[in-house]
Design a protein around this ligand. Sequence first.
Ligand code: SF4
Ligand code: SF4
Length: 278
Amino acid sequence: MSAKDKFIHFTTTWICNFRCEYCSVGHNDPKKLARKIPYYHAPDEVVNGVIAQMQTGEYSEILLSGGEPTIHPRILDIAEAAGKAGMIVQITTNFSQSNDLFRKIENLCELNLGVSLHLSQIDIEAYIKKMVDFHKGKQKRTKFYSTVVITNHEFDTCVKIKERLSKHGITLHLRAMMEGGKIYGKYHQRILDYAKKNHINLNPSGMFAMPTMGKRCTAGKNSIKITNAGDVYRCVCRSMPGGKLGSLKSFKKNDEPEPCTVSTCNCSIYNMRGAILD
Ligand code: SF4
Ligand code: SF4
């Protein structure tokens, strides 16, 4: 198995079927959405280009994100290609698609399925039932877990969901909102006390909190970020000077780990996979 930092990160689509009020993509704000990102499913030529990259044997994992990645019409083609290439598929999903679809995906490849719970958008009881059903019948090799970003007013609900899922062997990670590189300062003290008492790290990846400017990072050498438009970047931070490597038709990866050129890393996956070296 290759190193944990050898992966493709692919945005299959920026379209999402949820409308979370805090969405950084801006699904509740069409003007913001139109300014920031191309709002469509990756077309066939991009999906085929991603599959060609998967076939190079350079990567051990493909991470699918969005929008909601599982509503892409070719999600099963991607899973199948990953299975054939021996790659793990990591999906971060709002879990709105049927369990039947998730079963098909896990039958095609080794699947790490991370469910993001967006409480304002879901029927909590129905979700718990659906998650328990999936967990009960899942393949042994499938990893299945969930995360929720806590707020003051929903904290008690989050803890109750966590306890109920835990009885069925499903982990719910409680995560903090971040503000200026720190855990949101207006959390009630009892939330911070709960985290401390239960040894819960609310920001385990150091996302937004760790200075990264000048640190050597393997992103762009060992991993690539591919957008739904087929552009290839060093990592998710598309504003990074020198971060664009080209397009799927023609791109050049870094030969060595290069210094990061932004002040903080805004994505958890890189530090968690050991990409930040210094
Ligand atoms: S599920 Fe994610 S992408 Fe979709 S609206 Fe909510 S936060 Fe945005
Ligand atoms: S530290 Fe984060 S933002 Fe900087 S290059 Fe690495 S992945 Fe990109």
